[in-house]
Every structure is written in C-alpha cells, then in structure tokens.
Design a protein around this ligand. Structure first.
Ligand SMILES: C[S@@+](CC[C@H](N)C(=O)[O-])C[C@H]1O[C@@H](n2cnc3c(N)ncnc32)[C@H](O)[C@@H]1O
Length: 353
C-alpha cells in the first residue's frame, strides 16, 4: 500500500466529523421524542436545570445532552452564565413541526433504520426484501413528519398550479385518488384546500391507513376524505380526475402494473401527479452531492428492499432517471409526461393519457 498521508489525514477528519454526526442523529431524536427542542424554542438562555424542569427529564442527563449538542453547534453555550440557548433558526428546523424546514422526522426515520439492520443484513445475503410493513412504527410516522413540511410548502402554492387545469377542476369539484398515501399528509392538505372535491387515499399498509383515518378526523375533513387499504395495481374506482402518487411509485414491487392500473382508472382528460425524489440521471452526475447521498442511502436501506419484498420485485431504487420513468409510463399507455416543476428534493411529473 502506498499511503498518501495528506489524503489519509483528510479522510480521517471527515470520518471523525461523521462519527459525531451519526451519534448526533440519536441525540437529535432523543431531543425530538423528549420535547427538549420544543421546550428550548424561543425560551432564550436556559440552565440545564431549567431545561430539565421544562421537559420532566433528569438534570444530569440534560446537562450532558446540552454539552453534546453544543459541541455539534446545535445549541449555543455561554460559559459565563452556564446557560444554553437554542437560536430561532435552529428552533425553526428542529422544533417547529409546521415550518417548511422541519427535520425532526428524518431523525425518527434514522432510528427506524437502526432497528431494521438485522433484517437488512439478512436481505443483503439472501437477496430477499424487507417489506415496508416489517419496519418499526418510527419509519411510518417519521416519513409522515419528514415529508409533510415539503407538502405544506409546495403542494398548494407550486405543484398543483404547475399542472394544466387541475386547480380549476379541484375548485369546481373533482374525484381524487392519492395512491400509496401513507399517513395521508398530502391527501389531507388537498382536502382542506378543496372542499368541493372528494379524496380517497389508498395504501397497502393497513396500519398506515388506520393512522390516516385518525389524521383526517382530527383535521375535520373526514366528510370528504376516505382512506382504504388497497394496492396501487388494483385499487377500486374509475374515472378519477386526478391520481397522485407522492414518493411511493419506486417503492412498489410492480410499478409497471400500478401505472397501467392508474391509466385504466383515470378519466381520459384526467391527470396523474407523480412526485419522485430528485435525481441527476446517473451516478456519475450525482457525485459528490449531499442530497443524492441521502437519496442513495435511503434507497438501499428502505426503498429497494421494500420493492424487493413486494410482488413483482422490480427493485428500481429511488434514483430512477426521467428517461426510465418515461419508458415505464409510455408502456402503461401514457403519451404526455413532463417535469412540471421541481424542488431540490423532488421531481414533479405531470402524466397524462
Ligand atoms: C415512502 S412512503 C410515502 C407515503 C406517502 N405518500 C407520503 O408521502 O407520506 C411509500 C408508501 O407506499 C406504500 N406502498 C408501497 N407499495 C405499495 C403498493 N403496491 N400499493 C399501495 N401502496 C404501496 C407504502 O405502504 C408506503 O406507505
């Protein structure tokens, strides 16, 4: 081995930084679960005893947690007064579930991955999958909490208006299917905005459908939203004006038949809103890129194994190039596919017969 000392030193520096970041994910998740971020938001400088009192936690643990978060730059420490402050910017991202940059769900998703490692280890050697339903509850709720801020920020102001004529139809009264709806975050946001329309959320995962029904009741939209356990390739109903799939098509074992079923159940003048993770089109075009890194990691840990556990076992992963989607959608009978809009994290396709 011919070790380049400078290169080694640079790499070890990166690894140490990431050791702290990896352990930090667990710290952040504890802060999320125990309400520490929320207790510190907007409170100004607090002693560990004050944070402990606000959260009902033990002071000694809180003091160590604060020290760890201070070394990571998440809280600010004033040695003179022995107090810790959560800045408004960090609070916006860590404590405010309604902010467009809330990231608490990502730490919950990460916790679910550690729970699933033994299953993933087995899948790597057998080639079998790990079904969506075989992960822990933290994945289902974490995904909901991680994705909802993006839907809140983009769905009504940007994504639906980017589709030809869809907002008008929704305002007049349209029939909408949200397929692979999970806990129904996207379905409920649309239902709140368009009281003349009716919405059905479908998901193959029964526990997610139960959670979605509860969310709809809590949001006061149960009169216009129903949630049903059903698969994308054979959910009931026809003549939908709008079918949506938010970040779920690539997870499916049989996206080809799902696309075919959407074609069959969509009105001839209907629209399919397909939201997929951002993708540069190839691995080489994604190097190096922190967003692509998150996507490839979640692909191998969550999306690919979910698809390989599902009937069809297509195994697309979440980095599917536009050209590959166009081929799948064309094969299913769709003639017009365009990227209607995008964000740094999402591609938004308008798909029409
Ligand atoms: C990454 S989650 C996205 C959930 C939701 N759309 C959201 O944005 O919060 C993927 C969802 O697809 C669902 N799913 C996977 N394969 C499916 C299939 N064949 N039919 C219906 N739902 C499916 C999973 O159960 C899961 O809820």
């Amino acid at each position: 081995m011919a070790i380049d000392e400078a290169k080694l030193e640079q790499f070890m520096g990166k690894v140490v930084t990431e050791m702290g970041a990896g352990l930090g994910m667990a710290l952040h998740r504890l802060g999320d679960e125990l309400g520490i971020w929320k207790a510190m938001a907007g409170a100004g400088p607090l002693t560990p005893a004050e944070v402990a009192e606000r959260t009902g936690c033990h002071e000694r643990y809180i003091r160590e947690w604060l020290a760890a978060e201070a070394t990571g730059g998440y809280v600010e420490y004033d040695a003179g007064t022995g107090t810790f402050t959560l800045s408004d910017e960090v609070a916006f991202a860590m404590a405010d579930e309604d902010s467009p940059v809330f990231v608490g769900g990502s730490f919950q998703v990460a916790a679910s991955i550690w729970d699933s490692l033994p299953k993933l280890r087995r899948a790597f050697t057998t080639g079998d999958g790990v079904a969506w339903a075989d992960h822990s509850h933290d994945l289902f709720e974490g995904v909901e909490r991680f994705f909802r801020p993006g839907y809140n920020a983009n769905l009504l102001p940007a994504w639906l208006p980017a589709l030809d004529g869809v907002v008008d139809k929704l305002e007049r009264g349209a029939r909408v299917a949200d397929v692979g709806c999970g806990h129904g975050a996207s379905t409920i946001i649309m239902a709140q905005a368009f009281p003349n329309s009716t919405f059905t959320g479908f998901d193959a995962h029964d526990a997610s459908i139960l959670a979605a029904r509860k969310r709809a009741a809590d949001a006061g939209v149960a009169d216009r939203v129903t949630f049903e356990v059903a698969r994308a390739q054979d959910y009931p109903g026809t003549g939908y004006d709008l079918v949506c799939i938010f970040d779920a098509l690539h997870d499916m074992g049989d996206p080809d038949n799902a696309a075919g079923h959407i074609r069959a159940t969509l009105a001839d003048d209907g629209t399919w809103l397909l939201v997929e993770p951002q993708c540069a089109g190839s691995l080489e075009a994604s190097l190096p890129n922190p967003v692509a890194r998150v996507f490839y990691a979640s692909s191998v840990l969550i999306c690919l194994p979910a698809s390989l556990a599902d009937e069809g076992r297509r195994g697309l992963g979440n980095q599917v190039a536009d050209t590959d989607w166009q081929a799948i959608l064309g094969e299913a009978g769709f003639t017009r596919v365009r990227r209607a809009t995008e964000t740094p994290f999402n591609r938004v396709f308008e798909v029409r017969p």
